[in-house]
Design a binder for this molecule. Sequence first.
Ligand SMILES: NC(=O)c1ccc[n+]([C@@H]2O[C@H](COP(=O)([O-])OP(=O)(O)OC[C@H]3O[C@@H](n4cnc5c(N)ncnc54)[C@H](OP(=O)(O)O)[C@@H]3O)[C@@H](O)[C@H]2O)c1
Length: 303
Amino acid sequence: MLRILITGSDGQLGWELHYSCAHVGEVLACSRSQLDLCSPDTIRRTLREFLPNVIINAGAYTAVDRAESESDIAMAINGIAPGILAEEAKRLGALLVHYSTDYVFDGGARVPYREDDSVNPLSVYGRTKLAGEKAVQQVGGAFLIFRTAWIYSTRGKNFLLSILRLAKERTELQVVDDQIGSPTWCRLVAEATAEVLRQLAIETSLYNALDGKEGLYNLTCRGETSRFELAREILRLCFPEREVKITPVHTSDFRTPATRPQYSVLSTAKLEKTFGIVLPFWDGVLASVCKQIKTAADAVSTT
Ligand SMILES: NC(=O)c1ccc[n+]([C@@H]2O[C@H](COP(=O)([O-])OP(=O)(O)OC[C@H]3O[C@@H](n4cnc5c(N)ncnc54)[C@H](OP(=O)(O)O)[C@@H]3O)[C@@H](O)[C@H]2O)c1
């Protein structure tokens, strides 16, 4: 039986992991108030009390623009805490599952990034997440790092919910059309994580089960699109009857504190080859999530 401790369990991914992993083992889901990643003592105490054999770090500082002016706290959570979790995992003989981001790349490529392509983050957020990857790798314990991208959910802060909110407030939206990525529903990231654990849990020892599979994996939905096309699709799916004018703009017309990569599509071939996991294309997934949102909204308006 796996004993799985999840950090950041109130976040988009942490929330989904709580459910997906409940099918794989006993879960201790820790929100920020229960396990503060800024407190090494709390991290160590909580882990030594629960004695997990899997630690899933879904906690992160994800405010990409705010990180530009809060680099110390972003580094403490994204860069330093993963190393402490990795040290404790090694001490307990546990597997650490950690998540990183497409923002470790500078976006200069025009074909999907592989795990071993050169990194060059453009933002504080990207640099702190890269520091976290390196900290986990340097400890030399059992680890899996999943780089994911453009995560959305029906709760929390994300592009899908921002577009829905803005579309209710305004009749005209401007969205950048020169940032290209792969929108990924966080439930699928959680389910893929649980599936990997299920595969590994067949062995009595996770170390034996890993058998050279530890490392870095890209984990996103398939396909790619621009922020503008994504926003247009969200509006078409959720508000077919509402007239919201949407205009494409360039990133250079839309100043934000953090610089984002223009192209950050990730190749997921390694994940498929190693674990046989392939997520579906982003557009079909988005359609089904938007259908759920619309059905729920229609049900509320008729009651
Ligand atoms: N969102 C994306 O588009 C995206 C893209 C690529 C990669 N990722 C990566 O995917 C992972 C999951 O992201 P997500 O979208 O689920 O992020 P999220 O919704 O922002 O959730 C992050 C969680 O971490 C918690 N947290 C923040 N500071 C903490 C601290 N000091 N101690 C403990 N917990 C803390 C947050 O707590 P509060 O709720 O209290 O703030 C929140 O519950 C992260 O590693 C992220 O870098 C995300």
